[in-house]
Design a protein around this ligand. Structure first.
Ligand code: MLT
Ligand code: ZN
Length: 469
């Protein structure tokens, strides 16, 4: 057994440590990112409390061992991969929902709570936690905070950041910091909560979250607009946005995405669907029919071949189940799936869709596009059945991804709307951010982690030689 595993076992007990030779250790060297290789850690520690998390961070600093925080391992950009080996610190056992307070509209939870489980628990008490990443049945709330996860409902309700009032964070070296508040407003300090959210475990390890809840909408209904192709659907989305309609979701799926789920889903997608636009509204039950009709008529005017409603909970659940299957179905159908979650300003959606088409045509790489089009957040999936380990294939695929990124930035967009940067997109950060901006972020990172031991190699690219300090 390696040194660090022995030390951690001595401190935390053997039940907490997955050491060398353990059959599960390799699991902590993988996540949902499209990388063919895996990165086995020296050991993984499954902490059960803030004190244990802090102890791991103290020991790792003392011994100068890199440590990689990990939630449920559902990240798509390699953010939880231990690229420098060392210790994986998993919060998967910290699963307590400590409090759901209807008076304060607040929930206090540990980071390992699965997002869907939290939603069920708060909805049972007529409250609502809106952020709904597609992986909500297995991703955890700590991971959502670390990537500032979004989801379809972000269109109306906003992303994870907007629902985090306060955090408890274990810092490198073992100090525990509480920041933020429990109140709905508060401007006393610098916004350290925002400073930790989205940092992908490079600043600290989140050990408790105080979350904002909202009242549960009384009713919801979905409308599916069926279009001939993605260009018409994209133009319809732009027109819907300009018209001021505010459904709670405004999603798009192209022909290739629909084809991937057609045989798997309980929901029967129309045979003529070249693209679908999925809209969902919520509010008072009496308002639903009127809102659906308004949206349906507008979709008709915008060239929909067909407009279908889904009001019954079972029918809506089937539509959503199908939508959430897109990613895993594409992954099952192709040996390589680079899923780039780029985001462009809403006015550039149509142009971005056209440019993705162009990249697919020019490179000959098939492409499936779906996602949160109302937010300009498109999941552009570059697909291949070639050998993922072949360096030439890899180069070709990532060159196509880079073209997608270049177009995104040219249209005023950003590399990631919700999945994060992690490892896979780190070296493209220069396309979007100036060396000056990157340098300030490196300084900020070093303030929390001067030895660069916490999730090293993630998010920020290496300094360029020409950088002037
Ligand atoms: C989704 O919206 O389905 C996910 O963010 C993207 C994915 O899982 O590929
Ligand atoms: Zn998404």
């Amino acid at each position: 057994m390696t040194d660090i595993a022995v030390v951690l076992e001595r401190e935390l007990g053997s039940a907490a440590v997955i050491g060398p030779g353990h059959e599960r250790l390799d699991d902590y060297g993988r996540d949902e990112s499209p990388l063919p290789e895996f990165f086995p850690p020296a050991c993984a520690v499954l902490v059960e409390s803030t004190e244990q998390a802090a102890a791991v961070l103290r020991i790792c600093l003392e011994r100068k061992v890199p440590v990689t925080p990990r939630g449920a391992g559902s990240g798509m950009c390699g953010g939880a991969l231990p690229v420098d080996r060392g210790v994986v610190l998993s919060t998967e056992r910290m699963q307590r929902i400590k409090q759901i307070d209807a008076g304060d509209l607040v929930a206090v939870v540990e980071p390992g709570v699965v997002t869907g489980r939290l939603q069920e628990a708060v909805e049972a008490e007529r409250m609502f936690y809106p952020p709904d990443p597609a992986s909500l049945e297995f991703c955890s709330i700590g991971g959502n905070a670390s990537t500032n996860a979004g989801g379809p409902r972000a269109f109306k309700y906003g992303v994870t950041r907007e629902y985090i009032l306060g955090l408890e964070v274990a810092l490198m070296g073992g100090e525990v910091l509480r920041c933020g508040r429990r109140t709905s407003k508060g401007v006393t300090s610098y916004d350290l909560v925002a400073g930790f959210v989205g940092t992908e475990g490079t600043f600290g390890v989140i050990t408790e979250l105080t979350l904002k809840l909202v009242p549960l909408p009384m009713a919801a209904a979905a409308v599916l607009g069926v279009f001939a192709d993605v260009a018409t659907a994209g133009a319809a989305i732009s027109a819907l946005l300009r018209g001021g309609l505010r459904p709670r979701v405004l999603e798009l799926a192209d022909r290739a995405s629909i084809a991937a789920i057609r045989d798997k889903s309980r929901y029967r997608f129309p045979a003529n669907a070249g693209a679908i636009v999925l809209l969902e509204v919520d509010g008072e039950p009496e308002a639903m029919p009127m809102m659906m009709e308004k949206i349906g008529l507008r979709c008709d005017e915008l060239g929909a071949l067909d407009v279908l409603g889904a009001t019954e909970p079972a029918e809506r659940a089937a539509v959503w189940e199908a939508r959430r299957l897109i990613s895993s179905s594409l992954k099952a159908a192709y040996r390589i799936k680079l899923n780039e979650d780029i985001c462009v300003p809403r006015g550039r959606i149509v142009e971005m869709l056209a440019r993705v088409d162009r990249v697919a045509a020019e490179t000959g790489i098939p492409c499936a596009v779906f996602g949160h089009a109302g937010d300009g957040n498109l999941h552009v999936n570059l697909l291949s059945n070639d050998d993922p380990a072949d360096p030439a294939v890899r180069t070709r695929m990532w060159a196509a991804a880079e073209q997608v990124f270049v177009h995104t930035i040219a249209l005023g967009g950003t590399l990631s709307g919700e999945h994060g940067i992690g490892l896979t997109k780190r070296d493209y950060m220069h396309l979007e951010q100036s060396e000056q901006l990157l340098e300030w972020q490196r300084r900020w990172k070093l303030m929390w982690d001067p030895q660069n031991l916490l999730n090293p190699g993630k998010k920020l690219p290496a300094r360029r030689a020409s950088c002037s300090e």
